[in-house]
Design a protein around this ligand. Structure first.
Ligand code: GDP
Length: 361
């Protein structure tokens, strides 16, 4: 068993929800992801957050450390959150799993000063169509004139620190966003007033610059997943792996590789896999499973280290013959004890679904 694998207790049969970040250009998607990673690094002991290929895992204990009083870790049994590192709806729409979005949950980032912009509207349509639950991060609250910042504070505590005028200005901007959500058919409110997140969108005021509201954002995402997605997160921990190709890359020393987000089951070295391509699906054997080597260890060595096996949810690079024909967004399935033909048919059917979805968008 590799060091990336927690023991397979009952709790670890619940996988990490996959989170995507969407929103208009320059509204702060990248900064917000960086802040979440940065806060997690400060909070956790070294190695507590794990950098995956194309994704970052933030475990529950790190989230509860960042969230402080907002989270009681005993209330949760999901292992944390897996953030897809590439923000934006292009990656969101190309990353599909069986009949839906690869991401289980999304953060829609909206600049409080700019409100809804064309790409915000597009993102919201995509979220609605794929029925992906989301929350709105009303970003850049620190830019409201007169804002008195307190690094990484929970947002309600920060709001209490502001003058009446600043608070009034922030409220006005937030209510404008809530109005815009309602114009799109979503009933929304400040997250602390939302009781039923299944039918209402929670708005979390944040600053990707000062970290204010980041504790709240993580708490709400965790709460939402725990409450409404626990059943979907129950996976067969030893079942054959299922994932989606993020990217196809030539990698020195490894030949053709695919970066994959695994959302179900397990993949092991030497497993036979079936991968979608523009032609017939590729049937090949896993030569190496690679994850990023911790930064501190990268000198002359490879950027990657090998692992024997990996379970969902995770981001992994797979090296195998013939992968140069693989297609980003296509399904990957481990064959394990089944007939290869059966798995090839499944992959073909999934590819056909994806093609139909792409035409509809
Ligand atoms: P993206 O295009 O959505 O990924 O946006 P970026 O994360 O690249 O942010 C665009 C610009 O806004 C950058 O110059 C950021 O530094 C700035 N920015 C992002 N979030 C905040 C914030 O909360 N407060 C302030 N003051 N600036 C921010």
């Amino acid at each position: 068993m590799s060091d990336t694998e927690p023991p397979e207790s009952a709790a670890s049969s619940l996988r990490t929800p996959i989170v995507a970040v969407l929103g208009h250009v320059d509204h702060g998607k990248t900064s917000l992801l960086d802040k979440v990673r940065g806060s997690a690094v400060i909070e956790g002991e070294a190695g507590a957050i794990t950098q995956h290929i194309g994704a970052t895992a933030v475990p529950l204990d790190v989230i509860s450390g960042i969230a402080g009083d907002l989270v009681d870790p005993d209330d949760f049994d999901l292992p944390g959150l897996l953030f897809i590192d590439t923000p934006g709806h292009h990656s969101f729409t190309t990353l599909r799993s069986r009949g839906g979005a690869l991401a289980d949950i999304a953060i829609l980032v909206v600049d409080v000063n700019d409100g809804f912009q064309p790409q915000t509207e597009e993102a919201i349509e995509i979220l609605a169509q794929s029925q992906t639950p989301f929350i709105v991060a009303a970003n850049k609250v620190d830019t409201v004139p007169g804002w008195n910042a307190e690094e990484n504070a929970p947002i309600q505590k920060s709001l209490e620190r502001q003058s009446d005028r600043v608070r009034g200005d922030v409220d006005e901007k937030l209510y404008e966003i809530i109005g815009q959500l309602s114009d799109k058919g979503f009933s929304a409110d400040m997250y602390w007033r939302v009781q039923d997140f299944q039918n209402n969108v929670g708005v979390v005021p944040v600053s990707a610059m000062t970290g204010e509201g980041v504790p709240d954002l993580l708490t709400v995402m965790m709460g939402l997943s725990q409450r409404y997605m626990k059943e979907e997160m129950a996976i067969d921990v030893s079942g054959p792996g299922v994932g989606t190709v993020l990217e196809v890359k030539e990698e020195k020393g490894f030949g053709s590789t695919i970066d994959v987000v695994l959302y179900d089951g397990v993949v092991e070295e030497d497993d036979t896999i079936v991968v979608g391509s523009s032609g017939d699906p590729i049937v090949t054997d896993v030569r190496a499973l690679l994850k990023p080597r911790p930064l501190a260890e990268i000198r002359t060595e490879s950027r990657f280290e090998k692992v024997d096996r990996l379970k969902a949810a995770s981001g992994i690079k797979i090296a195998a013959p013939d992968l140069d024909r693989a297609m980003s967004g296509a399904p990957v399935r481990v064959v394990r004890d089944r007939e290869i033909d059966e798995v090839v048919e499944e992959v073909q059917a999934e590819l056909a679904d994806i093609a139909v979805d792409a035409e509809e968008q």
